[in-house]
Ligand binder design. Sequence first.
Ligand code: F3S
Length: 303
Amino acid sequence: MKVECASNIGFCFGVRRAINILEKTASERGGVETLGALVHNQQVLNRLSGMGVRVVKNIDDISGCTVAISSHGVGPAVLAELKSKGLEIVDTTCPFVKRAQVAAKRFHDAGFFTVIYGDVNHPEVKGILGWAGGNGLATLNPQGLDDIPDLSRYIGVLSQTTQIPTGFTSFVKNVIDQALVKDAEIRIADTLCHDIRDRQSAALELAGRVDLMLVIGGHNSANTRHLLDLCKTVSNTHLIETASELQTDWLKGVSRIGITSGASTDETTISEVCSYLDSFQPELSFKLALAYVTIHLLFRRNK
Ligand code: F3S
């Protein structure tokens, strides 16, 4: 059984940067609180928690005088509220997310209505919408603007950083088709994350060469789920958060396995999956299972 990892795997630049900032802050101050989870990966959050990084859900739950903003970023109203409470802010917002926030603010300042191709419930998207000054919305409707009544003539379109590029392109095409016939003016900002773009194409290329693809990452991580959706289009694919979720059934008759990971999956988790697969021998497992059944039957007959 051959196991191959995709060329772009493990932490992305933005997550690594955020973790470094938090580790440094926690060790200097004996702990720090983050407003919302730094990343959508429980293993990473557990490790950070051991270093004194505590997640708080709401501003009112902050008990210290320093608060860290997660890599997903926040809107200007949240920033203002944190400042009004006199809190020191450690900002770990990913530079790619910042770029999307700046694009939304530019649309707003120019009087444009911002349309975000993204999940309205995701913290990153909520933050970007805040920078659009309340003059915007988020949708993942591939049909574009079909469900938006009374649309402005001035429309700025951008994407959640982790969306699939081809999805964004076809969304933009639909927006153009629908809006240009209404004398609209459209501005488009490419706010997709470069790491995600490279990660997705590396995963897709590998998925096309293997019998089974494993995507390692948080079940609630948006970029991990996008990798799952993409790889599924060309290969038998499963999402696992840790090695303990691997099912030996999946490995039957498989000779080549590809591995990719979400942007917030740490190297330890990936190594554990690889070690498990390296040590896994289907023939041995079959023999062990056979031996177990035989012993079980003998035991019952002698009872
Ligand atoms: Fe940033 Fe892209 Fe990672 S947006 S947090 S570098 S997935």
